[in-house]
Design a protein around this ligand. Structure first.
Ligand code: PA5
Length: 367
């Protein structure tokens, strides 16, 4: 691994062929555009009894962020669905937020079909595909987001419309206000972690360098649960490394025992603890004890201190730091962060079972 690559803009451009790092740097702009798009959304649904966000991978993580953000704000339960069908309770009083960037993901189309059959209230977020084709035909409300991005880079477009819809439907307050704080903070975080900022003054580059040849593990708590989950996805897809995520205090009831006799395995991992100056005392003590135990076992330990005042600003700014770090680790490893060869191979190879074809045939029969 050659750290000098991190500060060599020409070298960065040759490895990051499809400019994934630019999507990070431009994320405040994309969040702004996504808010404008979301402002135009009109839905005439009554308040639901429950909400299901149906989406996979880069299109599902927005739902996890919403679920954590809204946990202390809404009385409506939120579930993220990653199955081909919906849970038994889904019905006419369920709001299903269908999220698929391509609009062609098999599981998401399956969930869409199930939601239609059960008469759920549906709202789709996508750049097109079979999802929007059928949503349009069946007069299901949707927002068409800009295409041509890797789904994980399109997080602003997949997350913000659903977030602001919560406020529009009077299911949770404060989304708009928190988003505006988050946007201002993101501008700063993007500048501080931009490729032009030298590694010695750049937190994300330093984090990537410290992770080096290890598999990173993110430890979150409370609303940072989904941030830790996003961390794992980004290190998998951008850096092309195995990564894990865990959450306090559950990890104190199993994960920590795994480090007891990790022996040489301990050297293969880096633990990244998400910290917050307002973390509750019970979590603070748990983090300190866990860090000590893991350090004794030889695991590399790092901390990321969340910035911001509101829940949303804290969540999105930490996501942004990890997004940058996962791209910088890709550069250090000499891999292009954008392509996801294995996901594409899997989706292509699955075609032979004709499941997607059957789902689309069923969707076509819906009227
Ligand atoms: O990041 C990715 O490319 C994946 O995780 C996709 O988001 C996932 O496969 C689902 O596809 P889509 O986002 O098009 O529904």
């Amino acid at each position: 691994m050659n750290p000098s690559v991190l500060d060599d803009i020409q070298k960065i451009k040759t490895i990051d062929k499809e400019s994934m790092i630019n999507f990070c740097t431009d994320s405040p702009k994309h969040y702004g555009k996504a808010s404008e798009l979301a402002e135009k959304i009109q839905v005439n649904y009554p308040k639901p009894d429950n909400i299901i966000v149906a989406g996979m991978g880069g299109s599902g993580i927005g739902g996890e962020l919403i679920k954590d953000w809204a946990r202390n704000k809404t009385y409506v339960p939120i579930e993220v669905n990653r199955e081909y069908n919906l849970p038994a309770y889904a019905g006419k009083k369920t709001l299903v937020l269908l999220s698929s960037y391509s609009g062609d993901t098999e599981e998401s189309l399956g969930a869409f079909l199930d939601a239609l059959r059960r008469g759920c209230m549906i709202f789709c977020v996508s750049s097109g595909g079979a999802l929007l084709e059928h949503a349009d035909r069946l007069k299901v409300p949707f927002v068409r987001v800009p295409g041509g991005m890797p789904p994980r880079a399109a997080l602003p477009y997949l997350f913000v419309p659903a977030l602001l819809l919560m406020e529009k439907m009077e299911l949770a307050k404060g989304a708009k206000e928190e988003l505006s704080e988050a946007l201002a903070l993101l501008e700063k975080v993007c500048k501080d972690n931009a490729p032009e900022k030298q590694q010695k003054n750049n937190f994300s580059k330093t984090l990537a360098l410290n992770i080096g040849q290890t598999a990173p593990v993110a430890y979150g708590f409370g609303f940072y649960r989904s941030v830790a989950m996003r961390f794992k996805q980004q290190f998998n897809e951008n850096s092309k490394v195995p990564a894990k995520w865990e959450v306090f205090s559950e990890l104190n009831h199993n994960e920590i025992v795994g480090w007891e006799r990790a022996d040489d395995l301990a050297k293969c991992f880096s633990a990244i603890f998400i910290r917050d100056k307002e973390e509750p005392v019970e979590i603070n003590s748990r983090i300190e004890i866990t860090k000590e135990l893991m350090e004794q076992e030889g695991v590399k330990i790092f901390e990321v201190k969340a910035e911001g005042k509101s829940t949303l600003a804290k969540m999105l700014s930490t996501v942004c730091i990890f997004d940058f770090a996962s791209n910088y680790l890709a550069l250090l490893r000499g891999v292009d962060p954008t392509p996801v060869k294995t996901i594409n191979y899997l989706k292509d190879t699955l075609k032979h079972n004709k499941v997607r074809e059957k789902i689309i045939a069923e969707l076509t029969k819906q009227s």
